[in-house]
Design a protein. Structure first.
Ligand SMILES: *Cc1c(COP(=O)(O)O)cnc(C)c1O
Length: 462
């Protein structure tokens, strides 16, 4: 399988190179040259197989020559061995026709573990084979960073630097990033918000001298391998509810559009998904864009679902690429306009997006009310992100089509917000109960490219 850039002017790469590179050199994002289709019989045959086996069958057509079948099976097995639930992504029922896909049983209690644990094993395998070394730099609104540090800590051929917005992540998220003692992982608290941290990471990738000097690699949600890992649970959950012989819809708490875009790929692969509902918090640029066609960032308002507090949604570019009929020039153009303040999606592209995506927002009060109400009605304690999803899903149900809402984090990752809403303080799972006693290690940095690059070079040299 070959990978091409959404902006059409970067080298065509194989799976392994696209994974190790992250962002394409023309500023775009990698996508497979064509999307493999699974026949109905192949989808039906996923019923009852292990999560790992389903993961192998769904992802294998995208891998190309990069690994042998046995190698790839081994990578998948190691990736999911540390999960705290045998089903990996269990489905529970909330109401007639409404289901919750629990994606928070991984080592850092958020869905990002599904992708990051796999990427850690993929990188380790590739780098060991080639004898190379890379420097992973990522920006996080909280969950990506903890998942990355957890996935890469102690690996020999990788240094990891995670930039997070100082004071804007939850204590559990921060501690998951600052307490691992391995000296190949570094948590950097940047002055500013998530978009600032993400912009500095993009700047580093566009600084080719720095990029080549340190062997920069990206594992942010722009990395294709992460999107691919997330395609799997759309298949496993839909098949549990009767796909391919019954349509299902999904509601996805959304920030960077990586998770919901994985659903879009699943749909193009032949999974009968009716609607993909994009659920945002009060930072609702995606909902506004899908409603009006106008994409204009206007500043982040901190919320109780901080992993969705963004205004520049990186993976949306991938959806635009398909909406614009795979025209890289058109994508490059709207991304230029974005630099100057925003863009209008063309009428044709907007119609293409609306064929698949619905959208809605959920404000802070409705988020809290949903946590409380769901707890009382079902005994399921939702994290604030998942509550945004459940609230939006309830308004977007269609008779006869089951709705699956993605539960993106464990409530114990956001205990203050959950307790304020429900009166229940969710305990951490046993395996990480001592998190509050572990020693923290963190470096404060200014929101300044040169300062950050200098720090990274110094740390790597030692
Ligand atoms: C990252 C994250 C999201 C948003 O996912 P995207 O792929 O960025 O849209 C939602 N909820 C939680 C808990 C997250 O960590």
């Amino acid at each position: 399988m070959k990978y091409i850039s959404t902006r059409g002017r970067a080298p065509v790469l194989g799976f392994e190179e696209a994974m190790l590179t992250g962002l394409a050199r023309d500023g775009g994002l990698y996508l497979p040259e064509r999307i493999p289709v699974m026949r109905a019989g192949e989808i039906r045959a996923l019923e009852g197989v292990s999560y790992e086996e389903a993961a192998f069958r769904v992802m294998w057509p995208f891998i190309g020559e990069a690994f042998t079948e046995d190698e790839f099976r081994g990578i998948i097995a190691r990736a999911y061995a540390g999960f705290g639930h045998a089903a990996r992504a269990p489905l529970v029922q909330l109401a007639p026709g409404h289901f919750l896909l629990e994606l928070f049983h991984g080592p850092t209690l958020a869905f990002k573990d599904f992708a990051m644990q796999l990427i850690g094993q993929l990188f380790e395998f590739s780098l060991r084979r080639s004898g190379k070394r890379v420097c992973i730099v990522g920006a996080t609104s909280g969950d990506t960073g903890s998942a990355a540090i957890e996935a890469f800590r102690g690996l020999g051929a990788v240094d990891v630097f995670i930039l997070y917005p100082h004071g804007r992540v939850s204590e559990v998220q921060r501690r998951q990033m600052t307490t691992p003692p391995e000296d190949n992982v570094h948590a950097l608290a940047v002055t500013g918000d998530f978009d600032d941290a993400q912009a500095r990471v993009k700047d580093m990738f566009n600084d080719f001298a720095f990029r080549d000097a340190v062997g920069l690699a990206g594992v942010n949600s722009i990395n294709w391998a992460r999107v691919l890992a997330q395609v799997v649970y759309y298949f496993t959950s839909a098949v549990s509810l009767g796909a391919p012989d019954r349509k299902v819809s999904f509601t996805v708490p959304t920030g960077n559009f990586g998770d919901v875009f994985a659903g879009y790929i699943a749909r193009r692969m032949g999974l009968p998904i009716d609607r993909l509902v994009v659920a945002t918090n009060q930072n609702d640029i995606l909902h506004r864009c899908l409603s009006t066609g106008e994409y204009r960032p206007d500043g982040v308002i901190p919320s109780i679902s901080p992993s969705m507090d963004i205004q520049v949604s990186s993976n949306f570019e991938r959806a635009l690429y398909y909406a614009y009929g795979q025209d890289g020039g058109a994508v490059a153009q709207v991304m230029e306009e974005l630099k100057a303040g925003g863009f209008s999606v063309s009428q044709g592209a907007l119609e293409a997006l609306r064929e698949v995506f619905d959208s809605d927002r959920c404000d802070e009060e409705a988020t809290r009310a949903t946590i409380r109400r769901t707890w009382e009605a079902t005994g399921e304690l939702l994290c604030p992100h998942s509550a945004v999803g459940v609230h939006v899903a309830e308004a977007h149900r269609h008779a006869g089509v089951p709705m699956i809402t993605l539960a993106t984090a464990h409530p114990a990752k956001f205990p203050a917000a959950v307790e304020a809403a429900s009166g229940i303080r969710p305990p951490l799972p046993e395996r990480m109960a001592d998190l509050y006693e572990r020693e923290e290690r963190v470096t404060r940095v200014a929101n300044d490219l040169v300062a950050i690059e200098t720090l990274i070079k110094e740390r790597i040299a030692n």
